[in-house]
Write a protein that binds this ligand. Sequence first.
Ligand SMILES: NC(=O)c1ccc[n+]([C@@H]2O[C@H](COP(=O)([O-])OP(=O)(O)OC[C@H]3O[C@@H](n4cnc5c(N)ncnc54)[C@H](OP(=O)(O)O)[C@@H]3O)[C@@H](O)[C@H]2O)c1
Length: 252
Amino acid sequence: MSAQFSGKVALVTGGGSGIGRATAQKLAHAGATVVVAGRNAGTLSQTVKLIREAGGDADAITTDITRPESVANMVTTTVARHGGLHVAINNAGMVAVGQVADVDEDTWDAVVRTNLTGTWLAMKHEIDHMRRHRGGVIVNVASNLGAHQRMPGLGAYLAAKAGATALARTAAREYIGDGIRINVVSPGPVDTPMSLRPGETTADRAERIKGELPIGRVATVEEISDAIVWIASEEAGYLVGHDLVVDGGSTA
Ligand SMILES: NC(=O)c1ccc[n+]([C@@H]2O[C@H](COP(=O)([O-])OP(=O)(O)OC[C@H]3O[C@@H](n4cnc5c(N)ncnc54)[C@H](OP(=O)(O)O)[C@@H]3O)[C@@H](O)[C@H]2O)c1
C-alpha cells in the first residue's frame, strides 16, 4: 500500500459504483481514509467492504446531493467522524436522453439538479470547511461532452456538465489563495452502464465505439480513476483550474 494519501480524509460522491468506486479503492490503497457518499446504502457498503478487505479504511454516508441538508450532513458527518476533510471527489452524476425541444421539465430539472446544482452544493460545503482549515483538494468529474464536445440528444447533460466545469474553474481561481486546489477530470465513454445508449448491449457499444473513437474502445474505470487520483495528488500540485480530458482522442 502506498502512503501518498496517508493521514488524509477523502470524500467520494457516487462512490458506490463505477468510476467513484474505483477512485475510492485507489485513494484507500494510497493510504487515505475514504468516505463514500450516494443514495444507495447497499452499494456504498459494498465499496466499504471491498476497501476494508483490501486492508484500507472506509466509511459510508448515505447522501442525496440534490438535497441541501443532505449535502451539509455529508460534510459535517465526515469531519465529525474522521477529524477532517482533505480531498473531495465530486463524481456523482446522472444522464437522461432527450433533444432540446422534446426534453420535459422534470427530466431537465433532475439532470441539472444532480450534475450542476448537486456539484455546487457539494463544493460549497467542502470549500467552507477547507478554507477554515487552510487547504484541501477538490476534483470534479465532468465529461468530454459539454465543455469539449457536443452530442445530439444529451443537451441537458451537456449543459449541466459544462456548467459544473465552469464553476470548478471559477472556484479554482477564487480559493487557491486559501490553499484549496480545484481541478476537473473530463472522461470520454467509460465502461459503466452510463455510456450505454437506450437498449444497447455492451457488445453493441463496443462496435459503435470502434468507429467513433480514435482509440477504438471505452475507458476502464481504472484508467479514469488513475487520472482523478493523480490530479488530486501532490504530483499535480501546480495544476489549478485544469480540465483534464481523458477521452481516448475523441476531442483531439
Ligand atoms: N460512464 C461514462 O461514460 C462517463 C463519461 C463521462 C463522464 N462520466 C461521469 O462520471 C461520473 C460517474 O459515472 P459512472 O460512469 O461511474 O456511472 P455510475 O456508476 O452510474 O455512477 C454515478 C454515481 O452517482 C451517484 N448519484 C447519482 N445521483 C445521485 C444523487 N442525487 N445523490 C448522490 N449520488 C448520486 C450514483 O449513486 P446512487 O445511485 O447510489 O445515488 C452512482 O454511484 C458521473 O458524474 C458521470 O456523469 C461518466
